[in-house]
Ligand binder design. Structure first.
Ligand SMILES: *Cc1c(COP(=O)(O)O)cnc(C)c1O
Length: 396
């Protein structure tokens, strides 16, 4: 049995770009004898933070645990409301619950799929202490517009940039405008370490506390303990966690980081090619760069509108029949069992429309033009079928 997960002929929605360099880096970490959190994690934190324009980086096991820690060091807890988009992966909402705070859903913009200053203002409560804004699918959120609403109220801005590595906002990396940002290295994102995450922030006290908490709130780090023959007795000042990344992962992450510019450039090329086609197809609307920034197109989504010959699920089926694995669009957390009770009385009409009518097309670094043409042919096929049906009708 093959261990390769790629089925011949099938086009996946995402394939990570990993090479011999990553394998060599992981092998070096193994040969060094230090595989848990150590010098490679420290280097990855520095280099990733520098690349994202932040002063400090704190590596974690995932973006989910990074969000949990970010809210904790920001002092968010029971009794606090945290405004978030329902239109996001479930982890954004779960993190609010982990710290005992209340998620409050805000709707998103139909063009970007992100919350806006106005949509947050509409959801504000007098207990709102923080917001988590998301660069959904890699599309940068309009941070200045968000801060116009949050700054006068001293609301903390957490940016869930899980999808955002390589996206820019007003010429700078996304995340730089927030108080604290979180990142993911899951293979579905641009850079991967298998699983993994990172916090970036300019606030030293938050970074120091996050490092402390991710390592059981231990007074002596494992690395320091290892360095001395007779280490001091460690103390545990509060309830901490084990959210440590391993040096094996960081070794891979350091190589991945050097690939980021090439990955972003290639994804943007693929996205531009899809757009050229989709702009000419009536009833399909594709995600694009907003005026104030650039997307890395982590998720290239397409809305299937009512004047397209089939609906979203019909197009997904057509793609699946051509052995192309597209995906339903971004989920809506307020439709999931733990959160249905939190649906706001005014509803979340844009979130529901996008969730119901969008799908995500394959985009990855090694996607060939021929394979992209196979996807494009399916997008055109219902139109062609419709045209030939009309011609057929005209003849008979
Ligand atoms: C993927 C994702 C997460 C979770 O990241 P993990 O590293 O898998 O925990 C959180 N938020 C958003 C917006 C995501 O897309």
């Amino acid at each position: 049995m093959s261990e390769r997960i790629n089925v011949p002929g099938r086009i996946n929605v995402m394939v990570p770009w990993l090479g011999q360099e990553e394998a060599d880096a992981a092998a070096e970490a193994i040969a060094s004898g230090w595989v848990a959190q150590g010098p490679r994690v420290a280097r990855f934190e520095q280099e990733f933070a520098a690349a994202m324009g932040a002063r400090f980086g704190v590596a974690t096991t995932s973006c989910t645990t990074a969000l949990h820690l970010a809210l904790t060091v920001a002092g968010i807890g029971p009794g606090d409301d945290v405004l978030i988009p329902s239109f996001s992966f479930i982890a954004t909402t779960n993190a609010v619950r982990y710290v005992g705070a209340n998620p409050v859903f805000a709707d998103v913009d139909i063009v970007t799929g992100n919350v806006t200053g106005d949509s947050l203002a509409a959801a504000l409560t007098d207990r709102t202490r923080a917001v988590i804004v998301v660069d959904q699918g890699g599309v940068p959120v309009d941070l200045d517009d968000i801060r116009r609403v949050t700054d006068p109220l001293r609301i903390i801005v957490v940016e869930d940039a899980a999808c955002g590595a390589g996206s820019t906002y007003k010429g700078r990396p996304v995340g730089t405008g927030a108080d604290i940002a979180t990142w993911s290295f899951h293979p579905r994102k641009l850079l991967t370490t298998g699983e993994g995450g990172m916090i970036t922030t300019d606030r030293e006290t938050w970074a120091v506390r996050a490092k402390h908490l991710r390592e059981h709130a231990m007074s002596v780090s494992a690395a320091d303990r290892h360095a001395s023959v007779l280490p001091p007795a460690e103390e545990y000042s509060e309830v901490g966690y084990n959210f440590r990344m391993t040096d094996l992962q960081a070794a891979v992450g350091l190589v991945q980081l050097t690939r980021l510019p090439a990955i972003v450039a290639r994804r943007r090329e693929i996205a531009a090619r899809y757009r050229d086609t989709i702009d000419g197809i009536c009833g399909l609307r594709a995600v694009s760069d907003p005026a104030y920034g650039t997307s890395n197109f982590q998720s290239f989504w397409v809305e299937v509108e009512s004047d397209y010959p089939t609906d979203r699920d019909g197009l997904l089926t057509a793609l699946a029949e051509a052995d192309i694995s597209a995906r339903r669009g971004i989920m809506a957390a307020h439709r999931q069992a733990p959160y249905v009770d939190l649906t706001p009385s005014a509803g979340l009409p844009v979130t529901e429309r996008l969730t119901d009518s969008t799908l995500i097309l394959p985009v990855f670094h090694t996607l060939s033009e021929a394979d992209q043409d196979r996807v494009i042919a399916v997008l055109r096929q219902p139109v062609r079928t419709l045209v030939s049906a009309i011609e057929e009708g005209a003849r008979t």
